[in-house]
Design a binder for this molecule. Structure first.
Ligand code: RFL
Ligand code: PHB
Length: 425
């Protein structure tokens, strides 16, 4: 993506809007929803098809802070009917399961409600609002973010078969461009001198979705000698399960039988059995943390995974995206309503302050719950990793025995508070 490119070929089509949003993930779709409520026009452009973004299986936990936001902006109906309220989690280690009560510790909860359901609710709302969402776009580039006339160039195929036919060159002119295009997106490259900071963890998650009633009332996070395992869920009929695997592993090495056996081992508890069912989705996700040095430059702003990734053990990625967008909507409202730029200027600083607290929490959960089998000179290092593992058990025992430590976990997990920078009129 280039920032200023004066000699571009003329576009076939010109579109105009107030806010050009790149990416129809939860961040982009929620921002368009919030702006529409204020009467601010936005156009969303998305690389994938509508079917693709509706099917994507990702996050499952909404912190109370996110649920409060979604309810307040008219997206709480189905969430309140179908979401499962959880007042705690189970932490398992050393062959015992310990319940951590969020309710007792901080009087707050989380909700189990799949990210694809949040996306479905947003798409239904956009259908009613008539929001312009352009799918299947290619070669997206942001231009002139240092001027007061930024624009986005992209291409789309005119034919229904997206691989063939003439390409239409589109120019989308806006007053503000928002990069909500996820970790693999390109918008952030249009910020000159942007720095990124990150960490690759030496493990990955194999996640499966299975048609079987959950064998637990609340999520189980388990540290086992063989690695981390988690039992989550999507509904009373669908379970979501994760196993720590090697980052170099492939799903082909994990036939269903091997997955169930490994889950049985890592989640085992006397008198408890894990129900099995048809596995309908299987994927391996590397575990990484990443954040940018700034989320704002000129007329370009970043939100969600485009600006930061946290490892999933803290269940925070989607929630951070919601928090960014909530803050950004308030700042843009001030900008469009009164010309006050101070809130937009403050957006990056405020959003990143939350991001780094959540990076700390997610890193803490991740290192506490995963085994680092790291090898030096190719030989499994039992001396060091055995030491780490025993220290993790000590850490977990201290946590479940210490109300102040439980309160810290519960406060983060259910969501740091959000200040409302500009209430909707
Ligand atoms: P998304 O969802 O990646 O959406 C970005 C969108 O931009 C599109 N795009 C482009 N469009 C146009 N032009 C381009 N050049 C483009 N490049 C990309 C993409 O197609 C996509 O549609 O980012 P967003 O909106 O910021 O949302 C972030 C969340 O999706 C993410 O943080 C969470 O899914 C993370 N996450 C979890 N978060 C939680 O809060 N709780 C959880 O329990 C949780 N579990 C998880 C997770 C993520 C996981 N994976 C697979 C990464 C579990 C897993 C396994
Ligand atoms: C999920 O249900 O997908 C999930 C739950 C908790 C996490 C991460 C993912 O920490």
């Amino acid at each position: 993506m280039t920032q200023n490119a004066p000699n571009l070929p003329a576009p076939d089509t010109r579109l105009h809007t107030s806010v050009a949003i790149i990416g129809a993930g939860p961040a982009g779709l929620l921002l368009a929803h919030l702006l529409a409520r204020r009467g601010i026009d936005a156009v969303v452009i998305e690389r994938q098809s509508r079917e693709h973004i509706s099917r994507r299986i990702r996050a499952g936990v909404l912190e109370q802070t996110s649920v409060e936001v979604l309810r307040e902006v008219g997206l709480g109906d189905r969430l309140d009917r179908q979401g499962l309220q959880h007042r705690g989690i189970h932490l398992q280690f050393n062959g015992a399961r310990h319940r951590v009560s969020f309710d007792d510790a901080v009087g707050r909860s989380v909700w189990i409600y799949g990210q694809h359901e949040v996306v479905a609710d947003l798409l239904a709302s956009h259908d009613k609002l008539g929001t312009r969402i352009v799918y299947n776009v290619q070669n997206v580039a942001v231009h002139n973010v240092d001027s007061n006339a930024p624009f986005v160039r992209f291409e789309r195929r005119r034919s229904p078969d997206l691989r063939v036919g003439p390409v239409e060159r589109v120019e989308l002119r806006a007053q503000i461009v928002v990069g909500a295009d996820g970790f693999h997106g390109a918008a952030r490259q249009a910020i000159p001198g942007i720095e990124t900071f990150g960490h690759e963890y030496p493990y990955a998650w194999l996640g499966v979705l299975a048609n079987v009633a959950p064998s637990t009332d609340e999520l189980i996070y388990s540290l086992h000698e063989r690695g981390f395992a988690m039992h989550s869920m999507r509904s009373p009929e669908v379970s979501r399960l994760y196993l720590q695997v090697d980052p170099g592993d492939s799903v082909d090495a994990w036939p269903d039988e091997r997955i169930w056996e490994e889950l049985d081992t890592r989640l085992a508890l006397p008198g408890w059995t894990l129900g099995r069912g048809e596995i309908t989705d299987k994927a391996i996700t590397p575990m990484r943390a990443f954040a940018v040095s700034t989320m704002h430059h000129g007329r370009l702003v970043l939100a969600g995974d485009a600006a930061h990734i946290v490892p999933p053990a803290g269940a925070k990625g989607l929630n951070l995206a919601i928090a960014d967008v909530w803050r950004l909507d308030g700042a843009l409202a001030r900008w469009f309503d009164t010309g006050d730029r101070a809130h937009l200027a403050q957006y990056s600083t405020d959003a990143l302050e939350r991001v780094w607290q959540v990076q700390y929490f997610s890193n803490w959960m991740t290192r506490m719950l995963h085994r680092d089998f790291g090898t030096e000179s190719g030989v499994p290092d039992e001396y060091r990793s055995g030491f780490e593992y025993r220290m993790q058990l000590g850490q977990l025992q201290h946590l479940v025995d210490t109300p102040a430590a439980i309160a810290q976990l519960a406060g983060f997990y259910t969501g740091l508070p959000l200040q409302d920078p500009a209430p909707a009129q």
